[in-house]
Design a protein around this ligand. Structure first.
Ligand code: VTB
Length: 313
């Protein structure tokens, strides 16, 4: 069943207000306070919606996170049942250090349609490709680039790959340089990184590398609305990761998931800019009003746009 479009506007207000709350802490060098401001705002606003929501991706387990913990029920307990994934402040470093690209993010899907991702790393790949077999986590970097180059009818020299700038990506980055692919190295924020493949204007053809698993699930819903390809494979390294995975019912720890195994059915994605970044501009405050810009998608209605709102503080 389709999710009512009214929730797009309601959720864009929720992420806008969380972004505003966090924006007061831009440049204060305090990641925890910036995150807490966004979490508190998001939680109280989600509780005011007429939904029966449950957090499937949040701030962690109950013993570690007092709010927006996995399993927490949200909403007035009237209305449709939703799985909710949140990253109230995606890019805590960006807010703490007053750098571009911080977002406040929510994804919702109908109950039991969002993957309950553990908080581990995930190997990811995405591109604006509408058929399978072009990009694949099991292909070499060379094969992915050559396939994409054929598919998009662009030489590798004219392709741009976005990847988190981390030592763990040394080999991938060296291979991309060898293939003459242009790099877009990001210091953080791979929800935005993955979404830069959605439109030509962002000038990114492929996103790849290892980032957070929860961030992968959040981005998957928006990529689904754009009919982009995405694959993710969780990396369970420690014994604790492995036992958490089995508690969540994951038996094959090396399994590669396609987009529609991560998010299925209808979904809504909202990401409001806190500091201005590639995807959306940040919060602007003037007198007693604030302006927010939110990247939204709604799978069933085909909605994909940036919603600009001016609200009273
Ligand atoms: C990843 C990425 C996020 O933090 O989780 C990253 O998905 C942490 O990676 O978007 P490292 O452990 O390598 O620093 C973000 O960049 C921001 O939360």
């Amino acid at each position: 069943m389709a999710i009512d479009k009214k929730f797009v506007d309601q959720l864009a207000i929720v992420t806008s207000k969380a972004a505003l709350a966090s924006s007061y802490l831009v440049g204060k060098k305090d990641k925890i306070a910036a995150d807490k401001a966004a979490v508190d705002s998001m939680r109280s606003d989600l509780n005011n919606l007429d939904i029966q929501g449950q957090i499937v991706i949040g701030e962690g387990e109950l013993d570690k996170a007092p709010m927006l913990y996995i399993g927490e029920k949200l909403g007035s307990n009237k209305g449709p049942e939703f799985d909710i994934a949140v990253d109230p402040l995606e890019g805590t470093n960006f807010v703490a250090n007053n750098l571009p690209g911080a977002l406040s993010v929510i994804t919702i899907a109908e109950k039991n349609n969002l993957f309950k991702a553990p908080e581990t790393y995930m190997e990811k790949i995405s591109a604006r490709v509408n058929e399978s077999g072009v990009i694949d986590l099991d292909f070499t970097i060379k094969k992915n680039i050559n396939n994409l180059s054929d598919y998009l009818n662009k030489n590798p020299e004219n392709l741009t790959a976005c990847i988190l700038d981390r030592p763990r990506h040394k080999e991938i980055i060296e291979e991309l340089i060898k293939l003459k692919v242009n790099l877009k190295l990001i210091t953080d924020g791979d929800v935005s990184g993955a979404l830069l493949v959605t439109e030509d204007k962002y000038n990114v053809d492929i996103f790849l590398g290892i980032g957070g698993g929860p961030e992968g699930v959040l981005a998957a819903a928006a990529l689904d609305a754009y009919n982009c390809n995405f694959q993710g494979r969780f990396l369970f390294e420690t014994d604790e990761d492995k036992s958490r995975a089995s508690d969540m019912g994951i038996t094959d720890l090396k399994r590669k998931y396609d987009l529609n195994e991560i998010v299925s059915g209808d979904s809504i994605f909202c990401a409001t800019g806190i500091t201005s970044g590639d995807l959306v501009p940040g919060i602007k405050i003037e007198d007693n009003k604030f302006t927010s810009e939110t990247f939204v998608t709604h799978k069933s209605s085909g909605l994909k746009k940036v919603i600009k709102l001016k609200q009273n503080i």
